[in-house]
Ligand binder design. Structure first.
Ligand code: RP5
Length: 191
């Protein structure tokens, strides 16, 4: 698969995007619809990324090589999404000292419990920061990567604060809309 252009849609909006900082990997193209959530979140935060497909089981040499070369290419954080016997994040972590964030996916008949356990249960000495399943996990992986990068990037830290404030405002707006329905028994019931 051709790597996704770094920060494509931010660039289209004329916003400055950082150089390549995050590698998003996934075990199969069937994971792409979910892992796009990580990409779009990084894009919103104007963080440069690339997306690649490589499998811990089907293309183990390619996965190892990617992990070994990532730091030298300037990448700072790896995000890995996989389903079923989800060993991709762990297999990458075996070959790099970059932080690896794992996103377990519910693509299998076991609906993600297999992927969750395979991702989170790393042996002592080789950590993988494991997120929630599916879209929430993919989005959180991007935010977590941003939080790591923001430790040395005050501008990104400000963008993250703005991102959180926007989220809080969104919840406040939803509550405001709910309160306009006061009087309805769905919202309030007092005997
Ligand atoms: C895993 O197996 C992939 O990460 C994917 O979630 C799952 C199914 O892959 P496909 O059979 O759809 O390629 O390795």
């Amino acid at each position: 698969m051709t790597p996704k252009a770094v920060g494509e849609s931010s660039a289209e909006k004329g916003e400055a995007v950082s150089t390549l900082l995050v590698g998003i990997l996934m075990g199969s193209d069937s994971d792409l619809p979910i892992m796009e959530e990580a990409a779009s979140t990084l894009d919103q935060l104007r963080i440069g990324f690339e997306m690649r497909i490589c499998s811990a089981h089907r293309s183990p040499e390619k996965a190892a090589q990617y992990a070994r070369e990532a730091e030298g290419r300037g990448i700072k954080v790896l995000v890995a999404g996989a389903g079923a016997a989800a060993h991709l994040a762990g297999a990458l972590a075996a070959h790099t000292t970059l932080p690896v964030i794992g996103v377990p996916l519910s693509s299998s008949p076991l609906q993600g419990l297999d992927a969750l356990l395979a991702t989170v249960q790393m042996p002592s000495g080789v950590p993988v920061a494991t997120m929630a399943l599916d879209q929430a996990g993919a989005r959180n992986a991007a935010i977590f990567a941003a939080q790591i990068l923001a430790l040395r990037d005050p501008d990104l830290s400000s963008r993250l604060k703005a991102y959180k404030e926007k989220m809080a405002k969104g919840i406040e707006e939803k509550d405001r809309q709910l309160q306009t329905r006061k009087g309805s028994s769905i919202v309030q019931s007092q005997k």
